[in-house]
Ligand binder design. Sequence first.
Ligand code: M7G
Length: 332
Amino acid sequence: LRMDSLLQRFEFVRVLDSNPQTKVVSLLGHIDSQHAIVTLEKTHFNTDDARCSCADAVQETREIAANDIYHWAVALLKQDIQTNPAAKVNVIWPATPVHVRKYSQQALHLVRESPQLYERVVAPWVKEQATPERLRWVHDILYNGAEQERVVYRDFTGAEHGNGNGKNDGFLVLPDMKWDGVSLDALYLVALVYRDDVRSLRDLRPQHREWLIALNNRIRAVVPACYNYALHADELRIFVHYPPSYYHFHIHVVNIRHPGLGDGIAAGRAVLLEDVIESLGYLGELGFMNRTLTYVMGENHELWSRGLQDAVAQQLEKDGIPKRPPVLNRES
Ligand code: M7G
């Protein structure tokens, strides 16, 4: 189904989340009696074209107030679907319960994932997650021509580093689903690797270091060239998420000016690729499998109820952190 038709058939059920800072709202509903998530994000102003002033786009105003040298009003903007769209729309349909939980507003917690906790609670879940169905979009981009016209770079030279099992070590770069493709200020790309033996940061070992260095260098060499050198290699924030939503190794490549959507670039979620490479020089032969990783986790995440909640409670107790006084309990 095309986007227009998806939106026409969308029957609204409830608001999952709404963020006044990122100007994003996520709605849950049904399309043909299956769950659908519609995410609307107001676009940023396009200041890339030096000839155009954003103020020109103001079509109509209604003054709110004025005081001394200060004036404020609400405005209607001239919009144009090609160069100046009002919003970006994402639809996930049919949405799985994992998607609904991910896009719902939820309480957050800081989790310390030791190697033992990973083995006991997280690894079995990751195994369940890395199904062909959940990763179909990745596979379709790599092998079945999905989004082909959008791929900005494809590289097979990484193959020379080998990964021991003969799999292709190449990668490709394309615009992330999070980017409207218009405003370079919000440039957001994703690099997908062909090899499928690295599910996340956890799987990285010292033998991956050279490969990651080559990857980092290729990304920094080609991305500025793909965008007419509007931004330079040192103006890209290149990072991985831990934990990721999709367990096939990929790298986020974002304009350094972009504050990130939600907590996507915040401490406790994003790890700079440079830091990953640096750490692999010290972590010993088990690499990240040997490290405690601390991150932010939402209560809706399946891992929270499958063991992380109990682990956090035990950690706090062991660390001697006083329990929340009953009077401050949310329930009371
Ligand atoms: P992540 O760190 O696993 O999860 O990154 P996150 O979504 O919580 O950040 C996966 C990245 O791939 C995200 O930045 C997604 O926006 C992006 N992405 C996800 N899907 C399903 C697609 C897709 O179909 N096409 C493209 N181009 N990007 C996608």
